[in-house]
Write a protein of this length. Structure first.
Length: 105
């Protein structure tokens, strides 16, 4: 439920949130760290919501989160795609997320 709430807030964030330094700092300190942990969750629903939150951050806050985005790509996306123990479902979700990112570019 809390991941759904976070996703809704991020998807509907207006200019006040997108440019509020306190909100951006909180995203960096808390949300990005939580995403790093949930981004490797073996529970498909948690993993899928974490990816959706990452995509919302990328869409609305990428100017402020360049370092965090780099870490997420290297530590989560690449690790999942390169590790043979990652499930097909996880790899497929990462590929779908990358497709959406490239489509928005």
């Amino acid at each position: 439920l809390s991941l759904h709430l976070l996703l809704s807030i991020l998807q509907n964030a207006g200019p006040v949130f997108r440019n509020n330094e306190m909100f951006i700092t909180a995203i960096k300190q808390y949300l990005c760290v939580a995403l790093s942990k949930n981004g490797v969750s073996s529970v498909p629903e948690v993993f899928e919501l974490s990816l959706a939150i990452f995509l919302a951050l990328l869409q609305n806050f990428k100017v402020h989160l360049k370092k965090q985005i780099e870490v997420f790509f290297k530590e989560i996306f690449m690790n999942i795609l390169e590790t043979s123990s990652s499930s097909f479902e996880h790899k497929w979700m990462v590929i779908q997320a990358l497709t959406r990112i490239c489509g928005d570019a």
